[in-house]
Design a binder for this molecule. Structure first.
Ligand SMILES: Cc1cc2nc3c(=O)[nH]c(=O)nc-3n(C[C@H](O)[C@H](O)[C@H](O)COP(=O)(O)OP(=O)(O)OC[C@H]3O[C@@H](n4cnc5c(N)ncnc54)[C@H](O)[C@@H]3O)c2cc1C
Ligand SMILES: Cc1ncc(C[n+]2csc(CCOP(=O)(O)OP(=O)(O)O)c2C)c(N)n1
Ligand SMILES: [Mg+2]
Length: 387
């Protein structure tokens, strides 16, 4: 085991002991290191709430009371607010990506920062830190934990809870059926119906963010996504890999109508290899994430984003794959059940609202405080139910 310098461990332990408003930032390195247990012990013992990066989702259970949710551009409002107010960030296997920090010169200015990271090149690259512990996360935490005593974090945790207020718009189960189909509903329902017990492989775009927000991941590697690489066309072939690696697991592709078309030829591979993969195409008729930027920042100049697609159910049928289109929320349960029960791959073509947007959003390069929140008029906030 690599030994981290005593002085670094002592400094980190002291910062944690003295912090009033600490936040753990948990990233992909948690999963890469297999440090889920050590992270949990740190969070529980020191009573520090945990924010996750997109690639960290599943590294700390979504249902854990200390789990705040996702940070960053499309992260929860209260998470980004808590980071900005924090007096100590404990970054665990995350690299302060630009989608996470927004404008670097305005990021978490009140916070001391501890960075636990295996790659020295990541230290002080985007964000200057006060203590760097270089090494495998699990091994570093093993050495740090004996120095961490129990703390009372209840005041700060309560402050964050209270700050959620009306922005806690994820509770959409009991929303009355408006006759429209929102992608967020589809994600929520897929999570509810599968009990979250599936490997979800997403493509790139709005659907990827809605999945991260509304499908709650309890375990590592239950979400496979290409992160900052933004690899459109990733989901279908990557799901083939996931199913080959984990044949007993339920595997769902969640792809946009744009990205799906980039690698749709892999439907043949699915048939050839006889793989039971369920496919949800979130069909909004647009390169939706780019359309959203055009709406917010380019006066709705929808240049090159409206999409003509083939009939995806017919495309599946041409491959010998069963499928159906889903147009309203009332149809979702039966359609998902049918896909799951079907003996063989199945494609669901969800015809969702065309001009819906992912909220909240921090415009690229802006401070985390400059968050665009969901407008009151947006139907997803009309009614809150249980999760
Ligand atoms: C449309 C779109 C929107 C996005 N919006 C968001 C968003 O709102 N929020 C968000 O979080 N992301 C978002 N992303 C993803 C973002 O671009 C990054 O991919 C992501 O934030 C990176 O997370 P990470 O730093 O945890 O993972 P990585 O980039 O994989 O970095 C992991 C870090 O952990 C280190 N590490 C690896 N193994 C170990 C180990 N054993 N021990 C210690 N350290 C280790 C690595 O060296 C690396 O520095 C978005 C991407 C897209 C395409
Ligand atoms: C190969 C490639 N081209 C362009 C982009 C930029 N881009 C990011 S999201 C997106 C739109 C994706 O549209 P769609 O697959 O329909 O998903 P939606 O956003 O509508 O859910 C585009 C074009 C990219 N990431 N990769
Ligand atoms: Mg689309």
């Amino acid at each position: 085991m690599l030994h981290v310098e005593e002085s670094g461990l002592a400094q980190a332990a002291e910062l944690i002991r003295n912090a009033q408003r600490p936040v753990i930032l948990a990233g992909h390195g948690v999963i890469e290191s297999g440090a889920m247990e050590q992270l949990r012990t740190l969070a529980e013992r020191a009573q520090v709430p945990v924010a996750l990066s997109l690639l960290g989702l599943g590294g700390f259970p979504a249902s854990h009371p200390l789990n705040l949710g996702m940070m960053g551009m499309h992260g929860e409002a209260w998470v980004n607010d808590a980071i900005q107010e924090s007096d100590l960030l404990i970054a665990c296997g995350m690299r302060f990506d630009d989608r996470v920090i927004g404008k670097p010169s305005t990021y978490a200015l009140k916070a001391k920062k501890i960075h636990i990271e295996v790659d020295p090149a990541e230290i002080n690259k985007n964000i200057k830190v006060d203590v760097a512990l270089v090494g495998d996360l699990g091994e570093v935490l093993e050495q740090l934990l004996p120095r961490i005593a129990g703390r009372d974090g209840s005041k700060w945790i309560r402050t964050i809870e209270e700050s959620k207020g009306v922005v806690a718009v994820r509770d959409i189960k009991n929303l009355p059926d408006s006759g429209h189909l929102y992608a967020a509903h589809v994600m929520h329902d897929l999570w509810r119906i599968t009990g979250g017990n599936a490997i979800v492989v997403t493509d790139v775009g709005q659907h990827q963010m809605w999945e991260a927000q509304y499908f709650h991941h309890e375990t590592p590697r239950s979400l496979i996504t290409s992160g900052g690489l933004g690899t459109m066309g990733f989901a279908l072939p990557a799901a083939i890999g996931a199913k080959m690696a984990c044949p007993d697991k339920e595997v769902w592709v969640i792809a946009g109508d744009g990205g799906f078309q980039m690698t749709a030829a892999e439907l043949s591979t699915i048939v050839q290899e006889n793989l039971k993969i369920n496919i949800a195409v979130i069909n909004n008729g647009y390169l939706g994430m780019v359309r959203q930027w055009q709406e917010f920042f380019y006066e709705k100049n929808y240049e090159a984003t409206p999409l003509v697609s083939p009939d995806f159910v017919k495309l599946a049928d041409a491959h010998g794959i069963a499928g159906r289109a889903v147009k309203t929320r009332a149809e979702v349960d039966a359609a998902v059940d049918e896909a799951r029960k079907h003996d063989g791959p199945y494609l669901l073509n969800f015809l969702v609202e065309k001009e819906d947007s992912v909220y909240p959003m921090i415009p690229a390069g802006s401070s985390l405080h400059e968050m665009i929140r969901r407008p009151e008029s947006n139907p997803l906030v009309e009614s809150a139910g249980d999760k």
